[in-house]
Design a protein around this ligand. Structure first.
Ligand SMILES: Nc1ncnc2c1ncn2[C@@H]1O[C@H](COP(=O)(O)OP(=O)(O)OP(=O)(O)O)[C@@H](O)[C@H]1O
Ligand SMILES: [Zn+2]
Length: 604
């Protein structure tokens, strides 16, 4: 043991030592917090840990994810974290899964096999998924996050404390649609336009993700809305030219010349603003004779940090459009629905967004930015601090020990800023749409059962006079969804005779049932069904087995959850709501018009 420090019976007491060494721990995420945490766990006497991480090691991880070294680049984080942690305690049993936590192998019964779950994740959607699974499995969850010098550790246990979703998460940074589309007044507005609007319009999924203009037309903005709609239609037509040699020039002239000329006709807009100046393609790019790219005349590092000239921006724009178009068309040969999404680490995408944002900024007389600065602004980059991760990982282990020792009254949620602030645990939020919903495990043969079986027999069958376990007995108008995907509502019965399997409802799928009828008693009830596939159930015998929260009948909830601004995940401060909540929001709020990873454009 020389040179190695480990907790022992003497440092934490015989009883707790026993509980800790017998505990089955799940750690999700082996990044900045996860590396620190795994090392702490194995050195604190934990002897069984399963680690799940979907990623491989990147050069940029090495400065703080100290279980990884240069020769590990490209290898799975989970397996390398395991190997390295075993050097600290060769007796520990660590099981590594190089996989996403959403995979069906990580189903309810697997979650139930753990005594505690520790999240060391970096995104809201995965956190929400684990929260839902822990609620359904009845396993305590320790949630954590860091952002620069700030971080937090929170403890969640079904019915005892608030769940991860009890507190509303800050919504995405929002911008009025008119500021982004017609009257930008800061460089960030041009970056958002380039990244969230034009990039998606040209290379995104034009069927599903197309940002549309849904604003109510008022006399004030009717003219502007009509113009924006017209702009959008024209861009759609232009997309047919994708792949042609002239595509870059056509897009350039449309968005930097014609659309701006159209906007100038709306004199009202420019009464108190500096009017934009349309660009002239021929003057800026049309007459260039040299074929040597302008960037070749400067060092790469300088090129990244300097603010490009108008001509340089035009050149980069005209290079990046065909590059991205080529990639899109190649992929669409095998997958017609393929679309690109903006990634700050994709050189062509970043070049496109930098050049586009700068050309637009020039038009509006705004400051232009270097590629380096645009990357930071478009990617919402906040540096990770190893010390914060270490503090948080230490607090996670302390909290886990209290939970395993049954010492719940001593457990705290902890917020780290310039000081470490413990707070008592709060009771669940009675308006939380996640932990107040009934959650059931539905065992069913997904290959033979149809959506009709699910709706009419599992969900709607009235239990009156029958064995309670036979159905949920939810009456009235219901909606059945899987994630954002609508499977059934009273106006959409197309899939009724399709099997669950053919509808993509498989083992470990989660199906959400919402009762939308007007009856005050049952209004807004949401129930989650965790699907467990079983080959042995079929039509001739038992169709399904339902197991779950019968002791908490589904109860009404108010539509808006309580907000608690001070209690949010540090990681989520710049992070945005997951896809599903955005879609929900889009349904509720017709003014949410354009959506991407970290920006929502809303109506003025
Ligand atoms: N759905 C998921 N399933 C499993 N692991 C996940 C999932 N989503 C994220 N992760 C993992 O969570 C970890 C979070 O770690 P961290 O916040 O340090 O991010 P990172 O990707 O390593 O670093 P950075 O984002 O700063 O480059 C990552 O290793 C990531 O692969
Ligand atoms: Zn909750």
């Amino acid at each position: 043991m020389a040179g190695r420090y480990q907790h022992s019976k003497t440092t934490i007491g015989v009883d707790l030592f026993q509980k800790v060494s017998e505990a089955r721990v799940l750690m999700v995420g082996a990044g900045g917090i996860g590396c620190e945490l795994l090392k702490n766990l194995v050195m604190s006497g934990f002897s069984y840990v399963e680690v799940v991480d979907l990623d491989t090691i990147d050069m940029s991880n090495l400065n703080r994810q100290f279980l990884f070294q240069r020769h590990h680049i490209g290898k799975a984080k989970a397996s390398v974290a395991r190997e390295s942690a075993l050097h600290f305690n060769p007796d520990a049993k660590i099981v590594a899964h190089h996989a996403s936590i959403y995979e069906p192998q990580f189903d309810i019964s697997w979650f139930k096999s753990f005594d505690i779950v520790l999240n060391a994740l970096d995104n809201l959607a995965a956190r929400r998924h684990v929260n839902g699974m822990c609620l359904a499995a009845g396993v305590p969850l320790i949630e954590s996050g860091t952002e620069g010098f700030r971080g937090q550790v929170t403890l969640h246990m079904k019915r005892l404390t608030r769940c991860y979703d009890c507190d509303a998460k800050p919504t995405k940074k929002t911008y009025p649609v008119c500021t982004i589309r017609s009257t930008p007044s800061a460089p960030i507005h041009c970056i958002v336009w380039a990244k969230s609007y034009l990039f998606n319009q040209l290379f995104g999924n034009t069927e599903e993700e197309e940002p549309t203009i849904n604003l109510e037309e008022t006399s004030q903005n009717a003219e502007e809305m009509a113009h924006l709609r017209h702009e959008n239609e024209a861009l759609k037509r232009l997309r047919d030219a994708i792949g042609s040699d002239a595509y870059g020039k056509l897009v350039f002239e449309k968005v930097f010349t014609d659309d701006i000329k159209g906007l100038l006709l709306m004199e009202e807009l420019w009464k108190n603003r500096r009017p934009p100046t349309p660009l002239n393609f021929e003057e800026i790019a049309g007459n260039r004779k040299s074929t040597k790219p302008m960037r070749d005349s400067v060092e790469w590092n300088q090129w990244d940090h300097k603010v490009w000239t108008l001509e340089e921006n035009a050149e980069v724009f005209l290079e990046s459009v065909p590059e991205l178009a080529k990639r899109l068309l190649e992929q669409r040969r095998t997958d017609p629905n393929y679309s690109l999404s903006f990634d700050k680490d994709d050189d062509d995408a970043l070049n496109f967004v930098t050049a586009t944002a700068n050309l637009r900024a020039y038009i509006y007389g705004l400051e232009q930015k270097s590629r380096f600065a645009v990357k930071e602004m478009a990617g919402n980059i906040i540096p990770a601090v190893a010390t914060t991760n270490a503090i948080i990982a230490g607090l996670i282990v302390l909290t886990a020990m209290k939970v395993l020792g049954g010492n719940w009254s001593d457990c705290k949620n902890t917020w780290v800023a310039s000081t470490i602030n413990p707070e008592r645990l709060d009771k669940p939020n009675s308006n939380c749409a996640v932990c107040t919903t009934g959650s059931f495990i539905l065992t069913i043969n997904t290959r033979t059962a149809t959506l009709r079986d699910l709706v009419e027999r599992v969900i709607q069958q009235h239990p009156e006079g029958e064995d309670e376990s036979q159905g949920l007995g939810i009456s009235g108008e219901i909606t059945v969804q899987e994630g954002d995907r609508l499977l059934y509502d009273p106006d959409f019965e197309d899939n009724m005779d399709v099997t669950l399997k053919d509808l993509g409802i498989l083992h470990a799928s989660r199906v959400m049932i919402t009762n939308d009828d007007d009856d005050e008693e049952t209004k807004n009830v949401t129930v989650v069904l965790h699907i467990v596939h079983s080959d042995s159930l079929g039509e001739s015998e038992t169709l399904f087995i339902l197991d779950g929260d019968r002791d908490i009948p589904p109860r009404p909830r108010k539509p808006e959850p309580e907000t608690n601004e001070t209690k949010r995940s540090a990681n989520d401060l710049t992070e945005i709501n997951g896809e599903s909540s955005l879609t929900k929001r889009r349904k509720m709020d017709p003014e949410v018009t354009a959506v991407d990873d970290d920006v929502v454009v809303v109506g003025d």
